[in-house]
Design a protein around this ligand. Structure first.
Ligand SMILES: C[S@@+](CC[C@H](N)C(=O)[O-])C[C@H]1O[C@@H](n2cnc3c(N)ncnc32)[C@H](O)[C@@H]1O
Length: 238
């Protein structure tokens, strides 16, 4: 599949905006296929964390005390499963059919755990209900234009509801949209995008889209020379 980009109307050094999500499911299926299997017990241990280091940093307390949650980009589905075992009505969406198949096979028996294969903006656009908390752990929020996604999430949170997300801190000096060749340099023309901001940048974006009670910071790694984790929390005003 080849695609034609058109020049950006206001800036000829840029081409069209990165809004085409048609190629990403295959990329994330390949990512899913590379994830090692673990037992259910192993998977539920430290299942809910925001950091890339197991058992490190804050846990699901950042969500407050929700009765209903939505995860954007659930991956293996372990965090959804962990919330469901606490009695929360926990829904997760992921664009990868393979992740969805695996999560349902592994966690579908849990009352309150719901897995849906969907792209985040499409799902939120079609949704008619609201959640107490919407979150994303290195997930779809990192990989979706925040000017598109943040208003959709805001709309789907109850008044007073929370958005929480985490991902890697940006490479210093490299901010905004970042592109990757999803099928390698000899592959099909498929792109995956990711958005990078310092905590102050996320706070400004969240304010711009009507969120309040914003806290964005980098959680330090277990060792000072390792990469930390950017974690942001924000609320839909009551
Ligand atoms: C880096 S993985 C993280 C998965 C999981 N949250 C974890 O912590 O292990 C990113 C996940 O987000 C999903 N994803 C990426 N972009 C998405 C989008 N636009 N809509 C829905 N899911 C998406 C991918 O399929 C993948 O499972």
């Amino acid at each position: 599949m080849s695609r034609v980009l058109s020049p950006h109307p206001k800036d000829p050094t840029r081409m069209s905006e990165p809004t085409d999500t048609s190629g990403i499911a295959g990329y994330w299926d390949r990512y899913a296929a590379g994830i090692a299997e673990e037992t259910r017990e192993e998977a539920l241990k430290d299942a809910f964390g925001w950091c890339q280091y197991a058992g490190h940093g804050p846990g699901n307390e950042l969500l407050g005390d929700p009765l209903t949650t939505l995860e954007l980009g659930f991956g293996r589905g372990n965090a959804v499963a962990a919330l469901a075992t606490k009695g929360i009505e926990a829904t997760g969406i992921d664009v990868s059919p393979l992740q969805c198949e695996h999560a349902i096979a592994r966690w579908g028996h849990l009352t309150g755990a719901h897995f849906v294969q969907a792209e985040a903006t499409a799902y939120l656009n079609d949704a008619t209900r609201q959640w107490d908390a919407i979150y994303s752990i290195w997930g779809a929020l990192w990989f979706t234009d925040p000017d598109v996604l943040l208003p959709l999430v805001h709309e789907r949170l109850i008044p007073g509801g929370r958005l929480v997300f985490s991902h890697a801190p940006p490479v210093p000096g490299a901010y905004g949209v970042q592109g990757m060749y999803a099928d390698g340099f000899r592959g099909r023309q498929v792109w995956v995008y990711r958005w990078a901001y310092e905590p102050e940048g996320w706070a400004a974006l969240l304010r711009k889209h009507g969120y309040t009670g914003i806290e964005a910071r980098v959680e330090p790694a277990p060792q000072p020379d390792l990469l930390g984790t950017l974690i942001a929390t924000a609320h839909r005003p009551r």
